[in-house]
Write a protein that binds this ligand. Structure first.
Ligand code: SAM
Length: 206
């Protein structure tokens, strides 16, 4: 954990409203039981607020799991859609079920396969969310730059990588994250919010 666990607990306690959303509750219980890395409610709330404010037409998510983060995006969407991509069919099937039960399926597109290959089919992406394998973050942004809309927002999860980014001898994955962060600060206007495992927010340099 990046932040003091007691502070994290305090923040989670404040976020009581999602405890009344049976779908979110169920998704969080699955994550706990199966030890599946979802973004969690603190980041979920953050994605929700950003989406409400930005009112995007197209959100593309690289690495959707069974749809927890995409669910927060979809809940906040007005007219747009969120594209969920995961190479595990069983994850996407589970996501479809959750979205159907919540009546959100019309706000989503579900894709199975390599996230980078599939995302290339989309133009004018307003929010690009990166939560795929960490070694591919840099490749992802570099290959999708031309698919971003003028005012696009890029959000990436796990950019502090359990705090390992400050290690003097970083392992391969940590090094990949560090290179990605450096690229994003050099080529975009970026900020990192140290909630959970670190969330990066970037816009194009004007
Ligand atoms: C951290 S989980 C995603 C969690 C999800 N964003 C959430 O918070 O609910 C990462 C997911 O990315 C998928 N994944 C990793 N690399 C991928 C790739 N290159 N293409 C498609 N899916 C990928 C994995 O199967 C896994 O389900």
């Amino acid at each position: 954990m990046i932040i003091n666990p007691k502070i994290e607990k305090y923040l989670e306690k404040l976020s009581f409203e999602e405890k009344n959303d049976p779908i979110i509750k169920e998704m969080e219980e699955i994550a706990k039981k199966e030890n599946f890395p979802i973004v969690g409610s603190l980041v979920g709330r953050f994605l929700y607020i950003i989406t409400k404010q930005k009112n995007p037409s197209l959100i593309v998510e690289l690495g959707s799991g069974y749809g927890y983060s995409a669910y927060w995006f979809a809940k906040a969407l007005n007219k747009g859609k969120v594209v969920l991509i995961d190479y595990q069919e069983k994850n996407i099937e589970k996501a479809k079920e959750f979205f159907k039960r919540a009546g959100l399926e019309k706000k989503a597109e579900f894709k199975v396969g390599d996230a980078l290959e599939i995302a290339k089919e989309y133009k004018n992406i307003d929010i690009l969310f990166l939560d795929l394998e960490k070694s591919r973050y840099l490749e992802a942004i570099q290959s999708l730059e031309k698919n971003l809309s003028e005012n696009a927002l890029i959000i990436a999860d796990n950019v502090l990588w359990h705090g390992k980014v400050i290690n003097e001898k970083p392992d391969k994955k940590t090094l990949a994250i560090k290179q990605f962060n450096e690229y994003m600060f050099k080529h975009y206007f970026s900020a990192i919010i140290p909630i959970r495992d670190g969330i990066l927010l970037s816009i194009k340099n004007s």
